[in-house]
Design a protein around this ligand. Sequence first.
Ligand code: ADP
Length: 639
Amino acid sequence: MNSAGVNHQVPAPLPLRWRRLWLLVISLGLLLCMWQAAQLAREQALANLQDDAENELRLSAANLNGYLLRYDYLPQMLATREGVQRFLASPDSQDPMPLNMLLDRFRFTAGVSDVYLLNREGDTIAASNWHRPNTFIGQNYAFRSYYTDAIAGGQGRFFGLGIKSLERGYYFSSPVWLDDTSPDAQPDGVLVVKVLLDDVEESWAEQDAELFVTDSDDIIFMASHPELRMNALYSLTDEQRQSLRATRRYAMEPLTPSGIEVNAPYRQGSQLVSFSQGPLSGSDYLSLTRHIPEFGWQMHILKPLTPVISAQWIAALMAGGLYGVVTLGAGIGWQRLRLRREREAFAQRERNTLARVRDELEVSVERRTRDLVASNQRLSDEIEERRRAEASLRQTQDELIQAAKLAVLGQLAAGINHELNQPLAAIRAYAENARRFMELARHDKADANLEQIVELTERMADISAQLRQFSRKSSERQETISVQACIDYALRLFQSRLREGNITIVQDWPAETLWVKGDLVRLEQVLVNLIGNALQAMKGVASPQLTLGAHTHQQQVIISVSDNGPGIPEEHLGHIFEPFFTTKAPGSGLGLGLSISSRIMDDLGGKLQAANQPNGGASFTITLPYSPLTHNQESPSYA
Ligand code: ADP
């Protein structure tokens, strides 16, 4: 069975070159994403900044405009004051103090810097700062445009540094007519109001931007940053410098260039600028300019690009982070997919391996089983063979035992023959006698003879029974048998030989019956063998004596058959139980008796030993387990 059906494709790990390329692509993607996000954020932030800047600039310009214009009417109004005109009419003959004080009161009330009156020549004849060390009184301002404009009959406006104070100021002037009825009359003096610009600038300081105002020559004369003031926005040409000197507008200020550099124009009216020098250098700004037509000025606002830059960074970082998260997510997803596929492939491989191993195992089990069955069969055959061999051995053994027994019978035959012939001859004699007595009608005598015949046939039957008994095959049944009866039976077979040989029999056993477990036929065969051997050994002995003993010893019954023959030579003692060992002449012994007897004893769970007696003669000892007869046992075979 092969289950390797589905073949999962596992994405192989990327080669190094591809991995590097991927890394490069991802890095480039990251950079692009961050750059794009930064660009978008920059656009947005710049647009917002521009809106803010526009608003702030519009407001600040309106503010400045409003601030200055509210003093516009002041010199005109003062010029019509009676006190002013009266003093101007004859300044030399009058005390200037009342006018000075009037002007000072005005200055204070209107919140301006200075108020002063110039005569027709441009000399200051009265001033609100009459009491100050740098008072304008006595100063000639004929070179100022506010004088020339007003003395020409118009309204004058001027901005610049004060001659004495060197303060930046805005000057409003108005002609003073002593006689304003005639339309061609020349003005007799000029009234000037000077406004300081510091207050406006102070309000700018609160804004998150740099504000400055440039004039038509691009000179920064107002700026939220003090250091920026009195700088030229761009570098001045020598002619510009010369003409500025002539007006003395900015006194001797060096008017150094601000160092502004336009990096890039941005939308209409706005630019991205930075400064190569000065206080604002080191940062980038969005610059917007607004024209203030009332004064001929340009108002500028510089919004630092810091929020744009931080917005750019934040956007770039956020985009980078998002990109990272997405890339990481994709990477993790891909990795998980790879892992899952790898796991699946591994599991599949495992399944395949398992299936293969199982297949192999099945095959090997099958093979082993076949081997086992074969070897089992072999074993069975062997067992059968052995059983057959055993059976045949047993049969052979039995036949051997039987043969040995018949051999003994053969030996006995002579005696038995005699035993049978004798009564036969007697029966014949008695029968003839009986016939004669019958003929003689001596019935009583005939009857007596017949009686003898009956007795003799009974004896013969007895002998025949003994022989049958001995020659029968063993039942191989274990029974409880009486030792004494068994010895008795064996002895009977030798009856005639014992008698003829004048052999004394000594019987040595207790009165009570000794019981053993065994096979009667076999035990009898052993005893017959031993007795037979003893009788053979005692041939030629003067007074032969056969001693038969039986007694119990430690739960065993010991039966002994001893003779007073020559005994067994020492060198034969170790061999007499060997089959076919014999010292007898051919025809007298096969050399099987003792070996078979010993074997029979083993089978019965006992043993057979041989020894020589101290006073001559051999002694054979049978040892068998004692088997006391109990009441519930069957009646023994030999009682
Ligand atoms: P066999 O009687 O045919 O020789 P056995 O096995 O019965 O065979 O006996 C073996 C031998 O043991 C005999 O040949 C004999 O030498 C010796 N033997 C047996 N019984 C006696 C005995 N009672 N006295 C002396 N020797 C004996």
